[in-house]
Design a protein. Structure first.
Length: 103
């Protein structure tokens, strides 16, 4: 059996460069897919969230990330004072605001 392997022709070494180029093209395509399907939409959502948080005003009805609904009673730099009912006011971080409800 070793004799058959010794008699088999050796590879020429040609064609190795083509596989390297196709591999690089494949990695580029995968990166482009990840960018347009994952990274770019996530950046857009973060930009929209930041814009929404900056546009908050006293009296806006909001939903917090824990599911709590309330009305903004006061604004500070990094926190908001939320009236959750019966004149109960709780202070939350601005980043915990999930959405602003429209009337």
């Amino acid at each position: 059996m070793d004799i058959l392997l010794a008699m088999a022709p050796a590879p020429d070494g040609q064609g190795g460069g083509g596989s390297m180029i196709s591999t690089l093209i494949m990695f580029g395509a995968i990166f482009a897919i990840f960018y347009f399907m994952i990274i770019r939409p996530q950046q857009k959502r973060a930009k929209d969230q930041k814009k929404m948080i900056e546009a908050l005003q006293k009296g806006d009805k909001i939903i917090l990330s824990g599911g709590m609904h309330g009305i903004i009673a006061g604004l500070e730099d990094k926190t908001v004072l939320v009236d959750v009912g019966n004149n109960v006011k709780i202070k939350f971080e601005r980043s915990s605001i999930l959405s602003v409800l429209k009337d």
